[in-house]
Design a protein around this ligand. Sequence first.
Ligand code: GSH
Length: 215
Amino acid sequence: MKKPVVLRGYQFSVYNRIARVALHEKCVAYETQEIDPCAKDIPEEYLKRHPFRRVPVLSHGAFDVYETAAILRYIDAAFDGPALMPSDAKRAVRVAQVVSIVDSYGYRPMVRQVFAHRVFCPAVGEESDETEIASGIKASLPVLDALNKLASEGHVMGNEVFTLADCHLAPMIAYFVQAPEGAAALAKYSALADWWASTSRRKSILEIDPELPLG
Ligand SMILES: N[C@@H](CCC(=O)N[C@@H](CS)C(=O)NCC(=O)O)C(=O)O
């Protein structure tokens, strides 16, 4: 039987993976539709669902939502399972802050520069650019520092309560540390490194691990 929840996105997209972590955490059964946002022939039917040509889009019956932070809020609110958004004001605002830091300052250097050029491009036979990696590492350091401070403070990323902050950050860090430079940078931030050491073993994170055509 067709499942009412469909995640449309690209299997290696970090944002697609973020949505998948939340779906796995809430034990939501879902189907996927592969959409490569860089393809020239993105189906018209998809572009009607996402006017900015990005991935992913979550569909629940006839209801569509794009923008991953909003998708996660919907998954948390619409389905049973453990709450991923804390009710406590300080914890909730820290979750929102981590999500915004990751989107605004982390995604480009950590994923588009470091991971893409050190890991993804070589894996798919594309040329990588060392200057992108160096500038990505440099721009990642203040992001890691800010996240490390938030992890040390104890309101979020504490492992005992898994939240939307963990869903949003974990796939980014999973990609970043596949680059040796990324792993070395993370190791300098002990609270964040400890968070990643335990989060990386979580079932929902292991389940969404993509099989990059490495080697
Ligand atoms: N603000 C969007 C960002 C999504 C995004 O940038 N997705 C990437 C893949 S990880 C994409 O679609 N890239 C295609 C492009 O940049 O043209 C969200 O939160 O969903």
